[in-house]
Design a protein around this ligand. Structure first.
Ligand SMILES: NC(=O)C1=CN([C@@H]2O[C@H](COP(=O)(O)OP(=O)(O)OC[C@H]3O[C@@H](n4cnc5c(N)ncnc54)[C@H](OP(=O)(O)O)[C@@H]3O)[C@@H](O)[C@H]2O)C=CC1
Ligand SMILES: O=CCCC(=O)O
Length: 361
């Protein structure tokens, strides 16, 4: 399995907050400007716009990458898709958007995005189409359903699915896209609402390497690092394993917060103690203070965390791997969902452990 990793550390040189809001046309890197830049970026214009060449000719010339296509599509403008598309637009890309609920397109249209009324039309009018959908069902529907993106794909185009789905779903979408002669890359992301806003996501990609090479400058606008993991399915699997760990960590943290309170400790102090030791995690420091106040402002919806646990358990089942902790954790998120917490942040799983909810189940 081919694995590569690139961190675009050069972004740190541009602006303290988010370098990638710099005009795309202005981003040109050289080794003297950025000594820490990976070799293949050095002395290479990251991209130049707007130079509309046929995408297929650009793909075949992807080794030089001195020009890349700028007609981008973005399907799915939820918590993640919206800021990701915004960063592309703010970086000077030509972006066409679509979302099932049309009103979510409006802020992006105000920023300069084009709008068309179906995924098919997006794919037909763009060189590369990104998709950020809720779950396997919506990802398949938008890619392969009636008026789906596959109907607008053809040789020379590329489809990049950044949704979190299972391996089988990703392979199904890949098959439908590739049947049109287009290229496919799965690229689920690690990082939540704030990293999406700040262009600090981590892309876990797999699929057509030439498409990966072509879209890397766009991934670098939206993210801080990217992994190329080989065959389709490896990106999806990596993402599910990461989120399986994350879901269990959050459940365990929740138990700790409640136990500390029950034995007369101040859970805010626990958050501080945890933050200074070996089990410190940005997630605990970020979400702990609001959890102590029973507040769960949504960054990562609880329903999506439960979906990821469910899919991770399926992945484990496919290779007969025992995952008792993830299985128990999944049950807890299901309890939280059954109490109407689906659209709260996943840190609301702590509510499922509170005595009141336990007695209601
Ligand atoms: N939020 C986070 O922190 C992270 C989320 N993810 C993953 O990214 C994906 C998107 O997450 P997020 O943005 O948070 O989710 P949201 O729930 O905010 O957005 C979901 C998107 O999917 C669309 N959608 C849902 N069902 C359908 C359907 N049947 N047909 C067409 N479109 C549909 C929604 O459209 P509409 O607006 O019409 O409802 C919306 O655009 C998920 O797979 C999630 O697991 C990955 C990393 C972090
Ligand atoms: O899928 C959601 C991941 C959230 C995160 O990585 O913080």
């Amino acid at each position: 399995m081919a694995v590569s990793w690139v961190s675009w550390s050069s972004k740190l040189l541009c602006s303290p907050q988010n370098t990638k809001t710099c005009s795309a046309a202005a981003i040109t890197m050289s080794s003297s400007f950025c000594p820490s830049l990976p070799t293949h970026f050095k002395s290479t214009p990251i991209f130049s716009i707007p130079k509309f060449q046929s995408f297929s000719s650009l793909i075949s010339a992807s080794a030089t990458k001195d020009e890349i296509p700028a007609r981008l599509g973005f399907l799915g403008l939820g918590i993640m898709g919206s800021p990701m598309a915004q960063n592309l637009i703010k970086s000077g890309c030509d972006v066409t958007v679509w979302n099932r609920t049309k009103s979510k397109c409006d802020p992006l249209i105000s920023l300069g995005a084009k709008y068309v009324s179906t995924p098919e039309e997006v794919a037909a009018s763009c060189d590369i189409t990104f998709a950020m959908l809720a779950d396997p069902e919506s990802a398949v529907d938008v890619a392969c359903g009636k008026n789906g993106a596959a109907n607008g794909m053809s040789p020379g185009k590329g489809y990049v699915d950044v949704s979190t789905v299972d391996v089988t779903t990703s392979k199904l979408i890949c098959g439908n896209i590739k049947a049109t002669g287009a290229l496919f890359l799965e690229a689920p992301v690690s990082g939540s609402k704030k990293p999406a806003e700040d262009g600090q996501l981590i892309f876990l990609t797999a699929g057509d390497k030439s498409l990966y090479d072509t879209v890397s400058p766009f991934l670098d606008i939206m993210g801080k690092s990217r992994f190329y993991l080989g065959d389709v399915g490896n990106g999806a699997a990596m993402k599910l394993v990461v989120n399986m760990i994350m879901g269990s960590m959050m459940a365990s943290f929740s138990e700790g917060l409640l136990l500390s309170e029950k034995v007369g400790l101040d859970p805010s102090v626990l958050v501080e103690v945890v933050s200074q030791g070996a089990i410190s995690a940005p997630m605990f420091s970020m979400k702990g203070p609001s959890m102590v106040q029973s507040k769960y402002p949504t960054a990562f919806p609880l329903k999506h965390q439960q979906k990821d646990l469910r899919l991770a358990l399926g992945l484990a089942e496919s290779v007969s791997q025992s995952t008792p902790i993830a299985a128990a954790t999944n049950e807890l998120y299901k309890v939280a969902k059954s109490h109407g917490l689906s659209d709260h942040d996943f840190s609301a799983v702590i509510e499922a452990l509170k005595a009141k909810l336990q007695t209601q189940t």
